[in-house]
Write a protein that binds this ligand. Structure first.
Ligand code: AMP
Ligand code: GLY
Length: 442
């Protein structure tokens, strides 16, 4: 029997829970969640609700349940030091220590690390603790991007042309940012197509999972505000239609060097997921950011394809022997679409939006997989709570079929809901391919 503690309550963690339960090693699942995810609860032997900064409650639950190891899903408990707290009690965990999780929590830490160790991939950037020098640096660059230091839930980045237009506006925004954050990173705006490369790391060996493309914008055609992610896709050949093997290898190489730099810099091996957000550009692959965890929705694309035993993979990460494991993924295409409350992601009035607390009906979703996120199971049915509700995933031999499957499942969920019908569609993917062709003149 292997007792695993999963920390987290989203659709990403539902996909992790499912991967754990597919293990051949008699898994018994315990879940520590901020809010009750009925999908995870249905798979778990024990559930504890609590806050992710209550490290004592988490370690107590782990100890009581006699767990063999913990798997940490989201960034909050990582940045609160849950792995340090568990390790201090002799409980191994998949996930970086608090110091190593700075890779995600501090944009400047990551940019400086990549620069210090001479790793390719940084755009031109500088970090500013005050307004001093910002005007001069901004004048040296064409379009710019502003990044506050600290966790901002993926919504803190301001891009010229999208969120502001002029350099004067940028100065005003920097002043606002510096009044609440310790520093701001300013970098050149890159142009290209983004991809997520989620890698497994035991501190020494780095193993890539298939690349995925996420869609952050709320509405079809990449319009509207940025969200946590409206859906994502991956291709059967473990590349993307606009991304060849050499670009994927570039992303992996950057991540290998970053894993090594982290070990040298902190003296501690990074054990967990290194999720690189990259952009393929005319000049090669560039690093946008690292996350210290699986992506949400991207975990739902790759975990269902994992053919190697997930508990075996987790143990290899903890014990530093990933090099001895053949981590395999099925050659299938996947399309994930998030079904969200109609009001999701709309700045004004979203917290008072009735759609956020409405009931939903799940009809015939045929062969698609469903991963619950912000939903609550009550006596009279399933209710949406605050955010993205359900990730539906189509898995098939090619993208067209996977897209049809996800689209039909998303359409089978009734209530005041919405999703992006264009994610994974031939038309949108062709736009990505054409964009890269235009940039590289091929
Ligand atoms: P992040 O929170 O770092 O993932 O940034 C959020 C989004 O901002 C990314 O997904 C990109 O779309 C965009 N972004 C961040 N940095 C840059 C950059 N240097 N150039 C262009 N877009 C960027
Ligand atoms: N899909 C973006 C993220 O997980 O940060």
């Amino acid at each position: 029997m292997t007792r695993v503690l999963l920390i987290g309550n989203g659709a990403r963690e539902h996909a992790i829970a499912e991967a754990i339960m597919r293990s051949q090693q008699n898994p018994v699942l315990y879940a520590f969640m901020k809010t009750n995810n009925p999908g995870i609860a249905a798979l778990a032997d024990g559930v504890r609700l609590g806050r992710y900064d209550d490290l004592r409650a988490i370690t107590e639950f782990a100890r009581e349940s006699g767990i063999d190891f913990a798997f940490v899903g989201p960034e909050d408990p990582l940045s609160n030091g849950v792995v340090d707290a568990l390790t201090a009690r002799g409980i191994p965990a998949v996930g970086p220590t608090r110091s190593l999780a700075r890779l995600e929590t501090s944009k400047s830490f990551t940019r400086n690390l990549v620069e210090k160790y001479g790793i390719a991939g940084n755009p031109r950037f500088r970090n500013f603790p005050s307004l001093d020098g910002i005007a001069g640096f901004v004048d040296e660059l064409n379009d710019i991007v502003l990044k506050p230091d600290g966790l901002t839930g993926g919504k803190g980045v301001l891009v010229q042309g999208d969120h502001f237009q002029t350099k004067q506006e940028a100065m005003d925004l920097c002043r606002d940012i510096l009044s609440v954050h310790p520093s701001v990173t300013i970098e050149e705006k890159l142009e290209g197509e983004e991809f997520s490369l989620q890698c497994l790391c035991d501190g020494f060996t780095v193993v890539a999972t298939p690349p995925v493309q996420d869609h952050k914008r709320r509405f079809a055609g990449d319009r509207g505000p940025n969200t946590g992610g409206m859906g994502s896709y991956s291709d059967a050949n473990h590349l993307l239609p606009f991304l060849d093997a050499s670009a994927v290898a570039e992303g992996l190489e950057i991540t290998r060097k970053v894993a090594e730099a982290l070990r040298v810099e902190t003296g501690v091996p990074y054990k967990g997921v290194l999720y690189g957000g990259f952009m393929t550009t005319r000049a090669g692959v560039r690093l946008i950011e690292y996350n210290a965890r699986f992506g949400d929705p991207e975990a739902m694309n790759i975990l269902p394809l994992l053919e190697t035993d997930f508990i075996e993979v987790s143990r290899a990460i903890i014990e530093g022997r990933l090099d001895s494991l053949d981590v395999k993924f099925a050659n299938k295409a996947t399309v994930c679409k998030y079904v969200v409350p109609k009001g999701y992601g709309l700045a004004e009035g979203s917290s008072g939006d009735a759609s956020l607390s409405s009931r939903i009906e799940i009809g015939d979703t045929k062969g698609a997989r469903l991963y619950y996120s912000s939903v609550d199971k009550r006596a009279d049915g399933l209710y949406m709570t605050s955010s993205r509700a359900i990730g539906v995933v189509g898995i098939a031999d090619d993208l067209d079929a996977a897209e049809r499957m996800a689209e039909s499942a998303a359409g089978a969920i009734g209530g005041p809901v919405d999703h992006r019908p264009d994610i994974g569609s031939r038309e949108l993917i062709q736009k990505r391919v054409d964009h890269m062709k235009r940039l590289t003149n091929t």
